[in-house]
Design a binder for this molecule. Structure first.
Ligand code: SF4
Length: 291
């Protein structure tokens, strides 16, 4: 049994979900969200019944969103308007700063965040309605400021694509942030938009080490796939920024220069970084993972 370094008598992972049940996921635990009145805790009653529980499967709930463009005035965020076609993210990055927001839905920031996903199929219709308002003032909208718009469920649902289609049709500027190779599927829309300086894409690359990436971002594209995506986008004339985000001191900070070199080689024009932050539930989730 592993122990908490600050309190060696306390087991660090007493809430850890069985490894088989969370295979291919980032979080080790699924603690009750911070807004819940009751805490749910699995325990073994001596019959080894925990071993009978099913593995965590990805579930998607369709929600009828009432509005689609979010606004923020934070000086820390590089965009004012954003759209998130999905809530939760199957990529399962352990450090993901969107995790705590899953607690607003009554879920855990741990495994629930990676497996209980919400999709907004009416996103494109809402956007068209928004654009047609006489008071609407166009400004670049970021797609994916919170959760990844090209996470695996986009392959079939195509909600992000439907949003980009509306923007392409209306000549509306867009910035996309992703860790997925699936964004290259939409080059047919983004390429012509880029010709009119209406589109740019930021690809996050945190490490070039496949083993670290697999453990840290289990269902996001591998580092070589992300570099290949940078190249495909750049070759299509789409301006690409590489985001070294987040930088994890002691684990990935030595990779900043190699990542920048590889991304420049692939065709990225700009670069940015974000340092690791561990607010709210992410602090414990990250420590459990690191242990
Ligand atoms: S890809 Fe982005 S949104 Fe998805 S889990 Fe990773 S950091 Fe979070």
């Amino acid at each position: 049994m592993r122990a908490d370094r600050e309190n060696p008598s306390r087991p660090l992972s007493q809430d850890a979900v069985d490894a088989e049940r969370r295979r291919g996921r980032g979080a080790r635990t699924n603690k009750t969200g911070r807004f819940e009145a009751e805490v749910h805790e699995a325990f073994d009653d001596g019959w080894e019944s925990l071993g009978d529980l099913d593995a965590f499967k990805t579930e998607v709930v369709e929600e009828a969103a009432k509005s689609i463009i979010s606004h923020n005035d934070s000086p820390d965020v590089s965009f004012d308007s954003s759209i998130n076609p999905y809530r939760g993210c199957e990529h399962g990055c352990i450090y993901c700063y969107a995790r705590p927001s899953h607690c607003y839905l009554g879920h855990s920031a741990g495994l629930d965040f990676e497996t209980k996903l919400y999709a907004k199929p009416n996103a494109a219709a809402l956007l068209e309605r928004e654009f047609s308002k006489p008071s609407y003032k166009p400004e670049t909208i970021a797609i994916g400021g919170n959760t990844d718009p090209y996470q695996p469920i986009e392959r079939e649902r195509r909600i992000t694509r439907s949003i980009v289609e509306v923007m392409a049709r209306t000549n509306h500027p867009v910035g996309i942030i992703t860790k997925s190779a699936l964004v290259a599927r939409d080059i047919d829309l983004l390429g012509p938009m880029a010709e009119k300086t209406l589109a740019r894409v930021a690809v996050s690359i945190t490490t070039l080490d496949r083993h670290v990436a697999r453990a840290m971002e289990p269902r996001a594209a591998t580092p070589p796939k992300r570099l290949e995506t940078v190249k495909r986008l750049a070759d299509a004339g789409i301006p690409v920024t590489v985001m070294v985000a987040p930088i994890i001191p002691g684990l990935t900070d030595h990779e900043i220069e190699p990542i920048l070199e590889a991304a420049r080689e692939a065709g990225a024009r700009d670069a940015g970084y974000v340092l690791l932050r561990l607010p709210l539930e992410i602090k414990d989730l990250f420590r459990e993972w690191l242990a």
